[in-house]
Design a protein around this ligand. Structure first.
Ligand SMILES: *Cc1c(COP(=O)(O)O)cnc(C)c1O
Length: 464
């Protein structure tokens, strides 16, 4: 970039920016600097540039205007040529207003917690957009009076799990556990098995979460063996709640026993089953995952689970159970701090009522189809000179669901260096680096995005 200023001339004085009211501004400028200043594109002209105007719609006028002012100054200083100012403004603006870049999940982990777990269905995305404004969230339009918050979502949950008398939606499953434990057992005992003291992601431990409510944990049984008799012996006058926690991210095998919900239901204390992963009914591919219908049928008073795991919906915690218990939870002051927002409620309702969300579609897809997709992808990439080969891959459900279950999948193996290149691409792609290669597993990739995935690889291969 050439400087437009005569190096022997005094520093040019700028005439833009805040001036002290009434303070006279003297403009002493070298002829060259004055020439540049005349050619600095005007603010109104820059803001009317169609590409810049689009960014105003996206980022707001203040940020764009500040960037325009900054680039005008750099132009005056001779750092950029007048004709380059619009491009410099566009370059300096952030790519989008919101944090969070889209990432193609090619990890082979269907529910990747670091990638935001379940992607929403098109119906759920549309419902979120439609719910953003004002709506009948807590209004009965027939009577004009206050209505039940998220009535449509609660009705959809009860329709999906008819054995549940009532439903409640909170921020996430951890919130559901805290609400139930607080409302039913604060200051009393929670009885739970030593085989169910689970640590979930990022160092959080469910027993610590339970204890944080002010309840005392009464552990029973051993790591591998807990019988109904162990619970019965522990349930005394101080017991407020029995908790059955799903071992959602590990398995215990060998010499093991645990009590079923049916055996705990008759002990005179409410039973909460934390199911973790959100199956509403049994799933043939996931025989060891608990489901809400079965747990309630067996006698759980309340079940809770995450809506963004196997249910394939938004981040939320769902509580289902008998009407009296759910009413206690809804009336508890803590509910007010934990309840779900309108966009979440809309997304959840659309997930339940609409077409199968991507997680369910991926789980139920034919494994041979995944291999075919990987083969087609590898073929396409090889045709562009990229070292790519399809191979069979073992995918997992992930996200604290179905530990030990392998989902037969297909992947494209690329040279290892692609792992980093693809993370920096647009869209970013997260693969799995394994055995001296970068694997792009199609398990969690929407089949409609296969072309997008191929283009992302081709783009980084080109600019390497
Ligand atoms: C995932 C999980 C949780 C936490 O759920 P969030 O929705 O992430 O708060 C709690 N309990 C179990 C058993 C889980 O698997």
């Amino acid at each position: 970039m050439t400087a437009h200023r005569d190096p022997t001339a005094p520093e040019p004085t700028t005439t833009h920016g805040d001036r002290a009211a009434g303070a006279p501004t003297t403009t002493v400028a070298a002829p060259n600097a004055a020439g540049t200043r005349r050619r600095v594109p005007r603010t109104d002209v820059l803001l009317a540039d169609p590409a810049i105007a689009r960014r105003v719609a996206d980022l707001g006028r203040d940020l764009v205007k500040a960037t325009v002012t900054e680039m005008q100054q750099r132009c005056r200083d001779g750092a950029i040529a007048p004709e380059s100012v619009p491009a410099a403004v566009l370059d300096a603006l952030p790519p989008r207003a919101a944090t969070g870049r889209p990432v193609v999940n090619a990890t082979g982990v269907l529910l990747h917690t670091n990638l935001g777990r379940a992607p929403l269905s098109a119906a759920a995305r549309a419902a979120v957009a439609a719910s953003c404004g004002t709506g009948d969230l807590e209004l009965d339009l027939r009577t004009g009076r206050r209505g039940v918050r998220g009535a449509g979502t609660l009705a959809a949950l009860r329709a999906a799990v008819p054995v549940a008398q009532a439903a409640l939606v909170v921020n996430n499953n951890a919130a559901a556990v805290v609400l139930a434990a607080t409302a039913l057992a604060a200051g009393r005992e929670i009885v739970l098995s030593r085989g169910e003291l689970v640590q979930i992601g990022d160092g959080f431990r469910l027993p610590d979460l339970l204890a944080s409510t002010g309840a005392r944990l009464h552990e029973v049984g051993t790591t591998n063996w807990t019988s109904a008799e162990d619970y019965r012996a522990a349930v005394g006058p101080d017991a407020g709640l029995i908790v059955k926690l799903h071992r959602s991210n590990f398995t215990i095998s060998g010499f093991t026993a645990e009590a079923g919900i049916g055996e705990l239901a008759g002990l005179g204390v409410p039973v909460l089953a934390d199911l973790g992963s959100g199956l509403l009914v049994p799933h043939p591919l996931l025989p060891d995952e608990p489901d809400a219908t079965t747990a309630l049928r067996e006698g759980a008073d309340v079940v809770c689970f995450s809506a963004d795991k196997l249910l394939g919906g938004p981040q939320a915690g769902v509580l289902l159970g008998n009407a009296a218990t759910l009413d206690r939870l809804r009336r508890h002051p803590l509910y007010r701090a934990l309840r779900a927002d309108k966009m979440t409620l809309a997304a959840l309702e659309a997930t339940l009522r609409g077409p199968a969300p991507p997680v369910a579609a991926a789980l139920d897809a034919d494994p041979a189809d995944r291999m075919r997709r990987a083969t087609a992808l590898a073929h396409l990439l090889r045709a562009s000179g990229i070292e790519a080969a399809a191979e069979r891959s073992d995918g997992v459900v992930g996200g604290g669901s179905a530990p030990g279950v392998r989902l037969v999948s297909g992947a494209v193996r690329l040279p290892t260096r692609y792992g980093e290149l693809l993370r920096g691409g647009d869209p970013a792609v997260l693969g799995r680096v394994a055995d001296d290669g970068c694997l792009l597993d199609v398990l969690a990739v929407d089949p409609a995005d296969d072309r997008l995935l191929a283009d992302a690889v081709l783009a980084v291969a080109r600019c390497r």
